[in-house]
Design a protein around this ligand. Structure first.
Ligand code: SIN
Ligand code: CO
Length: 403
């Protein structure tokens, strides 16, 4: 069972959480995901970590000399057979992308803008396993799914952030926790960026980390500049100013050259209009990592077959690797935009209710979209997304999560 709503507990709700804790201070929520049962067991997780397209790590803790050691997947059976009985953790990134049943948990976090959700990392640890005391640059919700893990955290402002030398993972050199909690199945710990934490398995345990994405400005700038430059039709070039005089020293750069070039570059970028920026933004935010791919149905389905399937099944689960976001038309704009794994699809404005229904996790609900499929652009978009692999044909045993 995967819950579809967090249980906030006495006196707390999403609004209060956002106002008082979000990006400010940690929060332990006992039983927030009560009843959660993993659709993936440790052997299946290990199997996933053997697939070349899956990003995984094993962290072992051994000996006083090299207390933490990381190795990167893909692994094979021999790697797992060689592991000791205790003090190791297998961590698999983006399990939500590889397993739609795991992605279903993301519905619990719909009190946050969806573009901020990054991935669900699943870890399996044997007794004593941990990745050491460290801090992360992004917010994380740590959901204890199976077994128990003891979390110690340091909630003081400006904690020491220096790391141990000569390790291939970042481990804090000084860690002085002021909170100590034992988490059991269904408990959740929220940590804002930069809070030192150390979670040690007490017996074998599984933890899911719902990680948030926080793009670095440098990353955003680099991608936007490249996109803008590629998208601009401008073919103009440098021309010397009128009345060029012979230089005194031909190799000396003219004093006003830097200003002129900088001004030209800034004028070029300022010419990239708002519409181009909006398209880049949505495409960038939905662009999957290179190892994450959809599986388009082969052969593609005609529109009427997609409608018939939707009528019969009542819902189409979203593939875990599907990222859909939409941008309603800005004032004066004629198009709503739907972004799907880096692609941009435009619809005539006024169809945001349809787009919202398309993007709803964990599944597309027939009753929300069928009444809108008489509208040709909507039907065409749904068919394109289906044929790109964003939606799945439900299995006979595919159930509503939460049931
Ligand atoms: C884990 O699941 O073992 C580690 C998660 C974390 O500390 O960020
Ligand atoms: Co962490």
């Amino acid at each position: 069972m995967i819950p579809q709503r967090l249980r906030w507990g006495e006196g707390l709700d999403a609004g209060r959480f956002l106002a008082e804790f979000w990006q400010q201070r940690p929060l332990l929520l006992r039983g927030a995901c009560a009843g959660i049962a993993s659709p993936i067991d440790p052997d299946e997780l290990a199997g996933l970590a053997c697939a070349p397209e899956v990003e995984s790590r094993i962290v072992r803790e051994h000996g006083p000399q090299r207390p933490w050691q990381v190795s990167h997947g893909p692994f094979d059976d021999a790697d797992f057979a060689a592991l000791p009985p205790t003090h190791w953790t297998l961590l698999v990134q983006d399990v939500d992308k590889h397993m739609p049943a795991v992605a279903a948990l993301l519905a619990c976090f719909d009190f946050l803008p969806e573009w901020r959700l990054d991935d669900i990392m699943v870890s399996w640890a044997e007794d004593g396993g941990s990745v050491g005391p460290h801090l992360d640059q992004y917010d994380v919700f740590l959901v204890q799914v199976q077994g128990q893990r003891r979390w110690r955290i340091d909630t003081r402002p400006d904690p020491p952030a220096g790391c141990l030398p000569d390790l291939d993972l970042s481990i804090l050199a000084r860690f002085e926790p002021d909170r100590d909690w034992l988490l059991g199945p269904g408990d959740l710990l929220y940590l804002p960026p930069g809070v030192p934490h150390w979670g040690i398995a007490e017996g074998p345990c599984m933890t899911w980390s719902v990680g948030l994405r926080a793009p670095a400005w440098r990353e955003l700038a680099a991608d936007w500049l490249q996109y803008a430059v590629e998208g601009l039709a401008d073919g103009t070039r440098w021309r010397d100013p009128p009345g060029l005089a012979p230089p005194v020293e031909p190799a000396a750069l003219p004093a006003d050259l830097a200003g002129a070039l900088r001004g030209g570059i800034e004028r070029l970028l300022a010419g990239a209009d708002e519409a181009l920026f909006r398209r880049w933004l949505g495409s960038w935010l939905t662009e999957p990592k290179p190892n994450i791919q959809l599986l388009p149905p082969d052969p593609p389905w005609p529109a009427d077959a997609v409608i018939a399937l939707l009528r019969e099944a009542g819902r189409l689960p979203r593939d875990g690797a599907s990222r859909l976001l939409f941008l309603p038309a800005a004032a004066g704009d004629t198009q709503d935009l739907l972004f799907a794994n880096g692609d941009c699809h435009a619809l005539p404005a006024g169809r945001t209710a349809f787009l919202a229904a398309l993007c709803r996790r964990p599944a597309l609900q027939a009753d929300a979209v069928l009444p809108r499929l008489d509208d040709a652009p909507c039907l065409e978009l749904l068919t394109r997304l289906f044929n790109a692999g964003h939606f799945l044909v439900p299995d006979d045993d595919d159930q509503e999560p939460g049931s």
